[in-house]
Design a protein around this ligand. Structure first.
Ligand SMILES: Nc1ncnc2c1ncn2[C@@H]1O[C@H](COP(=O)(O)OP(=O)(O)OP(=O)(O)O)[C@@H](O)[C@H]1O
Ligand SMILES: [Mg+2]
Length: 411
């Protein structure tokens, strides 16, 4: 099992800098995911590790051996790097059987014939396809083809496994199944792995650590919970689904919490400033009173309440005049488990998510009746859960976000 050390990796395609000065350490048997939007340099990074691209600067060391160094002029070709790779397109040989596809890397390495069969059958067993060895590779479903590709990556027991969006060609249900299988597989085989995806659920479920990338750079590296709960930059928050962003100002600092005054929302009393809500003080460096900030919160961190302040549904908090804001419901989306509301507050669009009321199990229900609490057009009071907020110092433009207006509530 090898560890991977990447230092100062830079790769350009003409005028485009695909990866810029990237540092990354992957420990032995660790599973690290590169997460980020399209074009941020994930595939390029993976291809540099595999040896399918030559970087312009920087070096990569696998298991103590420098496999590429632009400065020292070292380049170890892909077949000598002991790396297995799974691509988004399964890249199987269509004219070969399942067995022959999986055996291919062993034949390239000139593994003796009698050792090939047991290794191939073991790899096919690992992915649950032992009974399919004789089939032509093309006579399989998408999910099965992806498992053949996985078996082919595993068969030579490489030190390092690289995955480039292996699930993105599968339909939603199959993708969820394969994600579960990959999770149990990664626990069993304990290979050093770098996984690339733009899907946050895959990243959160599979990884020991996640690297959030944007424009060729690593923005934040951390455990899944750390990334999900404590995004360090506005870009990371946007990418991880903090779908509401308020403009605000720090008006108080007390142990571990900021008081943030929002620019929108109804003041508690006439003449007051905007509503003030508490938010965890996790910024580095700490912010002072007066600092301009963005306050980001997921739709699940906003709770609907009736205009008089009484709570609704599963979550609703108590009335708190200084924390609430009021708006008009412009769209209501029933999602089964949840209901999502788009709410207009002073010309800004907020997304509020609440648990859907499952109804009375003994009541057959009136098909004409609508059980959802807020109709479109009705007034909603919104409360903010301070524990689910994240605060960022406001800059002119959130770095890594191409079009800030599409994401912010800034006027
Ligand atoms: N062979 C190439 N020639 C020219 N430009 C390239 C090439 N490969 C990638 N790029 C550019 O480099 C940047 C990073 O591309 P890369 O494929 O690494 O992104 P990615 O994060 O994998 O995106 P996606 O999620 O869409 O697969 C992009 O701007 C892309 O257009
Ligand atoms: Mg890619």
């Amino acid at each position: 099992m090898g560890e991977i050390v990447i230092k100062g990796l830079t790769k350009r395609y003409g005028p485009v800098t695909a990866v810029e000065d990237l540092d990354l350490d992957v420990e032995s048997a660790e599973f690290v995911t590169l997460l980020g939007p399209s074009g941020c340099g994930k595939t390029t990074t993976l291809r540099c590790i595999a040896g399918l691209e030559k970087p312009d600067a920087g070096e990569i060391v696998i298991d103590g051996r420098t496999v590429v160094s632009a400065e020292k002029g070292i380049f170890v070709p892909p077949e000598k790097r002991d790396v297995g790779m799974v691509f988004q397109s399964y890249a199987l040989w269509p004219h070969m059987s399942v067995f022959a596809n999986v055996a291919y890397p062993l034949r390239m390495r000139r593994v003796p014939r009698r050792e090939v069969r047991p290794s191939v059958m073991e790899a096919l067993g690992t992915v649950g396809l032992a009974d399919y060895a004789g089939r032509p590779a093309t006579m399989l479903s998408g999910g099965q083809q992806q498992r053949v590709a996985l078996a082919r990556a595993l068969v030579a027991r490489p030190r390092v496994l690289l995955f480039d969006e292996p699930l993105s060609n599968l339909d939603a249900r199959l993708r969820a199944n394969m994600r579960t299988e990959l999770r149990s597989l990664r626990t069993r085989i304990q290979a050093t792995s770098v996984y690339v995806t733009h899907d946050q659920v895959e990243a959160l479920t599979l990884s020991d650590r996640i690297v959030v990338m944007s424009e060729g750079r690593a923005h934040q590296t951390g455990r899944p919970q750390e990334i999900y709960v404590r995004p360090r930059t506005r870009f990371v928050a946007d990418f991880l689904g903090f779908d509401n962003v308020f403009d605000g100002r720090v008006v108080g600092v007390r142990d571990g919490w900021y008081d943030i005054e929002l620019k929108i929302g109804t003041p508690a009393k006439r003449g007051d400033a905007g509503p003030v809500i508490a938010a965890p003080a996790r910024t580095e460096p700490p912010l002072e009173v007066g600092a301009a900030v963005w306050l980001a919160v997921r739709s699940s961190g906003l709770s609907p309440a009736y205009p008089d302040g009484s709570p609704v549904g599963g979550k609703g908090g108590g009335a708190n005049g200084r924390r609430a804001i009021t708006g008009a419901v412009v769209a209501r989306m029933y999602l089964g488990e949840d209901v999502e509301y788009a709410v207009d507050v002073d010309g800004h669009r907020l997304i509020v998510r609440d648990r859907a009321d499952p109804g009375d199990p003994g009541d057959p229900g009136d098909p004409q009746k609508d059980d959802l609490q807020f109709a479109e057009g009705s007034e909603m009071r919104i409360e903010i859960d301070p524990r689910r907020t994240a605060v960022f110092e406001r800059t002119s433009q959130p770095s890594g976000v191409a079009d800030p207006d599409s994401l912010t509530l800034t006027r």
